[in-house]
Design a protein around this ligand. Sequence first.
Ligand SMILES: Nc1ncnc2c1ncn2[C@@H]1O[C@H](COP(=O)(O)OP(=O)(O)OP(=O)(O)O)[C@@H](O)[C@H]1O
Ligand SMILES: [Mg+2]
Length: 235
Amino acid sequence: MSELVLQADALRKSYRMGASRLEVLKSVSLTLQRGEVCALVGSSGSGKSTLLNLLGLLDRPDSGRLWIGGKEVQGVSNAAAARLRAARIGFVFQQFQLLPELNALENVLMPRRLASGNWWRRRNAEREAARSALQRVGLAQRLTHKPNQLSGGEQQRVAIARALVCGPQVLLADEPTGNIDCRNGDEVLSLLLHLSREQGAAVLLATHDPKVAQQCDRILTMRDGLLVSSELTQA
Ligand SMILES: Nc1ncnc2c1ncn2[C@@H]1O[C@H](COP(=O)(O)OP(=O)(O)OP(=O)(O)O)[C@@H](O)[C@H]1O
Ligand SMILES: [Mg+2]
């Protein structure tokens, strides 16, 4: 039976630029089912990152409604949104966005600390969950490396471990292989899709690469701030 894990209804976002207003998302509605893997494509400037940031609770829409795992997000406090994000959403960025002062293990531990009110009492179990997530991305031997001591592909694998360590319902990825060379990019992408499918997370992944989009179950296309099509692939 399908299970809705994300629902967005008529999301709008605009930016004030001097005297004028730039409408970046015009009215975007979409749903993601448990376990489905969707690509988000569209030309540069069409609004993909803006949409992912709204769905990932990194930014707020001007209007519209959003539900994550059946919980309505509109109107919740910033602190509640941060807890919801840590517990239910994983985000993988093009620029990795690891915290430079923290090693790989501490970076992956971060969402577990944010999601749990009394993490210190459970610190041994939490560290074990972070270590195990790093092991699943093949980095068991790099736990104490800081981001600047890791290759680009390794940094992105730490970011994938961080995104999946709380068992999110939704994984959002914004051009996750955009900053990695081709061969490592293919590996990182396979890992992201394999682990998300294994954990049953719904994935929405922005990409410019048609080969990447074809590995997803469905392709959503944006044009000028609107979702203009949703097509199933042969994957
Ligand atoms: N903070 C901001 N202030 C003003 N305009 C913005 C802001 N952020 C984004 N925009 C504009 O919104 C539009 C959509 O940007 P967005 O980053 O969502 O595009 P994108 O589809 O992710 O593009 P790309 O494929 O290049 O990453 C762009 O025209 C951009 O210039
Ligand atoms: Mg973008």
